[in-house]
Design a protein around this ligand. Structure first.
Ligand SMILES: *Cc1c(COP(=O)(O)O)cnc(C)c1O
Length: 507
């Protein structure tokens, strides 16, 4: 399987090449030239033939069908982590509620969906770097979940260095602790006085900086990326969509061939892109429902056909992993549906004018697969409380956007006649103060707290409250954070980022 670029292709690349060097020509992204078929025949085999039907069998099949240029041993080593580092035998448990099933993507070590791909990805990237005898630097700007998952997967890995930049005061306390308690020698964590956009802008400037590039060269270091522009992330994010379908079959919730709807809390569109690719490969998905928060650029795109960043400022919400305005993976969908020339046209317009608009026919094509909704913080809080009271199910703030989408679109008769899978992208423990407020209705001076960029109640106290009042238990990996030594906290001005990174990689 070869990969081409969304904005032109100089030379087709292999899977290992696009993992190591994820930037395609002219600022584009790599996409597979063709997609393998994993249709009903295969799905039935997962159920019948494998007996065990484990998550890893499906992942292995997806990788094989893509003909990735990795040794079988390396694939097994990477997939073994689903067994070793996830606390559920199912890897992704499917929980049946009254009207839909919830697929929990957060049973990995950092308790959010990023582990689903980053766990195997870390082993693969590091092994490829060792094979080639090359050194890589991973620069990660994070709004909260990518950072911990990236640090975790590359902890003490050979031939890899990681610098993780987060907005100081811009993440939850648990997310911050997951980063600043990292003591791996190959990892550096920088908290900047600024927001997530500042972190991202600083990284982009760095990639064009001559002194920085020179330092990389002198130290014999290449750059890679661990965010979802890297196709190595996306391939693992197709797997659980097959898994959910197979679990529904096993539970006799559906018959083979029945179509299902899936609802996905979305930001950078990497998770939803996995569903879109799975559908392309033959998985019977009808609608992929995109759930946003008040930063509803994706909702506008899918509903009205326009992507408009003019006069839009990022809004801080209680689902911070979805506080995104520039959603990278939209480009891969545009390419798939409308081709290279049109993608270049649309993306250039977005980059230069902050705006693009699809024509009517294009919008129709987009809506064949996607439908969207968005939720306010208040709606999410109401849902969190109601599902605890009525169905004894505690969900996090991101998952609540998807449940809101389900209820709203079902009422409008746009979905709901098929089985629906809602993807839960984080465990409640990562956003406990928001959950506390949802449950108690105690608006602990939210306005003031937001202004001062702090939570009205500490994460530790909120977790203790929830454990005390509900039948919930935070896992040790979360509670231990509060006693761990802080070894990697470096709070700096954003104009010091370059200096700090150069110091770190020149050692
Ligand atoms: C990253 C993340 C998302 C958004 O996923 P995308 O692939 O960027 O659309 C949603 N919820 C949580 C908890 C996340 O960490």
């Amino acid at each position: 399987m070869k990969f081409i670029g969304t904005r032109g292709t100089e030379e087709k690349k292999s899977f290992s090449e696009v993992i190591l060097n994820p930037a395609a020509l002219n600022g584009g992204l790599f996409v597979p030239e063709k997609f393998p078929k994993i249709d009903e025949k295969y799905i039935l085999r997962f159920v019948d033939e494998f007996g065990e039907k484990t998550y890893r069998h499906i992942a292995r099949t997806v990788l094989r069908k893509f003909k990735v240029d990795l040794d079988d041993d390396l694939i097994e080593k990477a997939l073994y982590l689903y067994l070793k580092n996830f606390d559920s035998d199912d890897v992704v448990p499917l929980v049946r509620l009254k009207n839909f099933s919830v697929a929990e993507l957060w049973h990995g070590p950092t308790r959010a969906f990023k582990d689903m791909a980053l766990q195997p990805f870390g082993v693969i990237l590091s092994s490829l770097a060792q094979e080639k005898n090359e050194n890589y630097l991973i620069l990660a700007a994070t709004s909260g979940d990518t950072g911990p998952a990236t640090l975790k997967t590359f902890e003490n890995k050979e031939n890899i260095k990681v610098v993780c930049i987060y907005p100081h005061k811009g993440t939850s306390e648990v997310q911050k602790l997951q980063m600043v308690t990292t003591d791996a020698k190959n990892e550096k964590v920088l908290g900047i006085l600024g927001d997530f956009d500042d972190a991202q802008t600083a990284l982009k400037a760095l990639l064009k900086d001559d002194e920085f590039k020179e330092t990389l060269k002198e130290n014999n270091i290449k750059l890679s990326a661990a965010n979802s522009v890297n196709f190595g992330r996306i391939i693992f994010q197709t797997v659980y969509h097959f898994w959910s379908y197979i679990k529904l079959l096993e539970n006799f919730d559906i018959e083979l061939g029945d179509k299902i709807d899936v609802i996905i809390p979305s930001g950078n569109f990497g998770n939803a892109l996995g569903a879109y690719y799975a559908k392309k490969m033959g998985l019977p998905i009808d609608k992929i429902v995109i759930a946003s928060n008040k930063n509803n650029v994706l909702y506008e795109l899918i509903t009205y056909g326009r992507y408009d960043l003019r006069d839009k400022d990022l809004i801080k919400t209680i689902s911070p992993a979805m506080d995104i305005l520039k959603s990278s993976n939209v480009e891969r969908v545009l390419f798939d549906k409308f081709g290279e020339a049109r993608t270049i046209e649309l993306m250039t317009s977005l980059e230069n004018e902050g705006y693009f608009e699809l024509n009517e026919e294009e919008l129709k094509k987009l809506q064949e697969d996607f439908i969207a909704d968005f939720a306010t913080d208040g709606e999410c809080e109401e849902i969190i409380k109601r599902y605890v009271n009525e169905e004894y199910y505690l969900m996090d703030t991101h998952t609540a956007t998807a449940v809101k989408a389900y209820e709203y679109l079902k009422e409008k008769n746009k979905i709901g006649d098929k089985k629906t899978v809602i993807y839960s992208t984080a465990e409640w423990t990562k956003f406990a103060p928001s959950i506390y407020e949802a449950l108690t209705g105690e608006d602990v001076n939210r306005e003031i707290a937001l202004e001062e960029e702090k939570n009205a109640i500490s994460d530790k106290d909120a977790i203790a409250y929830i454990e005390g009042h509900l039948k919930e238990k935070a896992p040790d990996v979360i509670t231990e954070l509060f006693n761990k030594e802080i070894t990697n906290e470096n709070i700096i001005n954003k104009d010091k980022i370059k200096e700090e990174i150069i110091k770190f990689i020149s050692k």
